[in-house]
Write a protein that binds this ligand. Structure first.
Ligand code: UDP
Length: 239
């Protein structure tokens, strides 16, 4: 039994890779459903949840640009990839009974709603999960920055970053056994030491709006609900 959540509304950012499972590319529906169950547990505990999902499992603008594609066009393709992930996650969530709306920063009204801030807030008040797709809608940005932007716009109490490990380390703990793990960090420490959490634009936006970033393991079963209740393992970046 998990205690009462200490957050009222949160934005959860996961990378596209979190949906890849054992594959090298794309979406593994079993993995998407596991993530959906984490979100469902959070919603059941009374937290309002919105999501930003990356697109790196399908298309990454920067790598395509490095191979000669126009950067802006490649970035738009990356944003389209995030819409695919959003639709897959909507399917996974609704299969387990969580009402979900997708809102895209680039309007594509045949398949999802356009991004409308006040409407997104209303959906969350009604207990629906809102998935923000197409990043910020601008090339040269990332889905980390989109997550920070939407977290600020939605008045979220925290930005949750679901990763492959249980917090922020001084180095990759899967490669360096001596990597140090932190329970808490300051925004400026993250920036100054270039710790690989979220990109600098996202961290700065959270610092300016005093919204904590909570880094936890998205693959830890029941982990999201525990961290929301202030009981789980996570690194909290604040101050
Ligand atoms: N992207 C963009 N603007 C945004 C968000 C995303 O141009 O506001 C593009 C960018 O090309 C990026 C791709 O979408 O490489 C996929 O997003 P990201 O790499 O952030 O996904 P993740 O690494 O979280 O899976």
């Amino acid at each position: 039994e998990v205690a009462k959540p200490v957050y009222k509304r949160v934005l959860l950012k996961i990378s596209g890779e979190a949906l890849m499972g054992g594959q090298q590319y794309g979406i593994e529906m079993d993995t998407a459903e596991r993530v959906a169950r984490e979100v469902s547990a959070a919603v059941t505990s009374g937290v309002e949840v919105c999501l930003v999902i990356g697109g790196g499992n399908i298309f990454r603008g920067l790598s395509a640009a490095a191979k000669g594609m126009d950067r802006a066009a490649a970035d738009y393709m990356g944003m389209l990839a995030t819409v695919m992930n959003a639709l897959a996650m909507q399917t996974a969530l609704e299969r387990i009974g969580v009402p979900t709306r997708v809102q895209s920063a680039i309007p594509m009204t045949t398949i999802c709603e356009p991004y409308i801030r006040r409407r997104a807030i209303r959906h969350m008040e009604k207990g629906r999960v809102v998935i923000f797709a197409a990043g910020t809608g601008n090339p040269f940005f990332t889905t980390d920055t989109a997550a920070a932007l939407r977290a600020a716009e939605m008045g979220c109490d925290a930005l949750f970053k679901g990763t492959q490990v249980d917090g922020v380390y001084s180095d990759d703990p899967r490669k360096n056994p001596d990597a140090e793990r932190y329970d808490t960090l300051d925004y400026l420490e993250v920036l100054a030491r270039d710790l690989k959490v979220m990109d600098a634009a996202a961290v700065t936006l959270m610092r300016e709006n005093a919204i904590p970033i909570v880094v936890f393991n998205i693959h830890d079963k029941g982990g999201l609900a525990r961290v929301l209740a202030g009981q789980g393992r996570a690194t909290v970046i604040g101050k």
